[in-house]
Write a protein that binds this ligand. Structure first.
Ligand SMILES: C[S@@+](CC[C@H](N)C(=O)[O-])C[C@H]1O[C@@H](n2cnc3c(N)ncnc32)[C@H](O)[C@@H]1O
Length: 323
């Protein structure tokens, strides 16, 4: 939006100045330069920015350019594409990735998890058909809402007090969201995303200077390890193979080739009969013979069973149950 448009809505002159400062300068990107960014971002992440995404590129890199005092995308490209500029490329990825997420996103999958998966694992463990050990991977975890939701369900249905050892690995390519995820602090306004029983059992309400915030309880945080990982690069994870992998609303950003690489890598880390949860717009139909659909967006890896592979609340937070 041009500065004039914003200023037209505001009455005071000072607000006009502020509005202009907030507007991206007219960052422009020629088709040739856009292609260079497209290739660089693809090589780094597997994310394919379609040619309609020029405004997105300019908008998302604007703040970074301003911080660096660089006025053109051409100059920024010359810097970020240098082979030794690993850190700057990580910052560019931080800016480019879409990190939208929620607690308990796509509730149907969590209902399935509780009703069909956790209850089965309990029954199998009771009959000594599996150990009381569960490993789950949240791949593309963003700021932590997804792995914390899963951890809360595990704590509720497969509690440590009954001998269960349940842990999650949560990975993302963006350092910025991982930092947020490790803190486990979110605006209290988002408490409505969680079912009340999970909110009351596993979240703390901020007090005094933390008013308006909520924090994941330490016992849940301790179940989750956050780590930077590029899904488009082969990785060997000592935590696997996993009983279940959540890779939701991540594959949509990849092209067919990177999606194939990523899913093959996920399947490699999934144990036989393990479950893969993808996002509602992500379809793996008939592309991956190792995967069988259980429900829309939920797949199982076919094959023989291989075996299965503190309440020290911060004083600034109290239980949400007292709301
Ligand atoms: C839209 S969020 C989805 C978060 C969560 N899974 C959910 O469904 O709510 C997509 C996440 O995937 C991450 N991502 C994108 N490309 C990635 C890659 N190549 N490797 C790892 N993470 C990636 C982004 O940084 C972003 O946080």
């Amino acid at each position: 939006m041009p500065a004039g448009t914003a200023a037209g809505r505001d009455s005071g002159a000072s607000r006009q100045v502020d509005a202009r400062l907030e507007q991206p300068p007219q960052l422009s990107v020629s088709p040739a330069l856009f292609q260079k960014f497209q290739k660089l971002i693809y090589a780094e992440t597997g994310i394919w920015l379609g040619s309609s995404k020029t405004a997105l590129l300019c908008g998302r890199l604007f703040r970074r350019l301003r911080t660096l005092g660089i006025t053109s995308l051409q100059s920024y490209y010359q810097c970020v594409a240098q082979p030794d500029q690993h850190e700057e490329r990580a910052r560019m990825i931080d800016a480019i990735t879409t990190n939208e997420t929620r607690f308990y996103r796509e509730p149907r999958q969590f209902e399935f998890m509780v009703q069909s998966v956790l209850s089965r694992w309990r029954a199998e463990a009771e009959h000594q058909l599996r150990p009381k050990r569960v490993r789950i991977w949240s791949a593309g975890c963003s700021s932590g809402e997804e792995p914390y939701t899963v951890a809360m369900l595990l704590a509720r249905h497969l509690p440590a007090e009954e001998g269960w050892d349940a842990r999650l690995l949560a990975t993302d390519i963006s350092n910025r969201v991982l930092e947020k995820a490790r803190k486990g602090i979110y605006p209290m306004a988002r408490s409505t995303e969680l079912p009340k029983d999970l909110l009351h059992s596993f979240m703390l309400r901020g007090m005094a200077e933390r008013q308006g915030e909520m924090k994941v309880k330490v016992e849940i945080q301790q179940m989750v390890e956050f780590r930077r990982l590029n899904l488009d690069q082969e990785s060997d994870l000592c935590e696997g193979p996993f009983d279940a992998i959540f890779c939701r609303n991540v594959l949509i950003y990849f092209d067919a080739a990177s999606k194939r690489r990523v899913v093959e890598n996920l399947v490699r880390h999934l144990m036989a009969n393990g479950l893969l949860f993808v996002g509602h717009a992500e379809n793996l139909h008939s592309v991956f013979p190792q995967l069988q659909s259980v429900e829309p967006t939920i797949y199982t890896k076919v094959g023989n069973k291989e075996g299965f592979g503190e309440r020290t609340a911060s004083p600034a937070f109290e239980t949400c149950a007292r709301s």
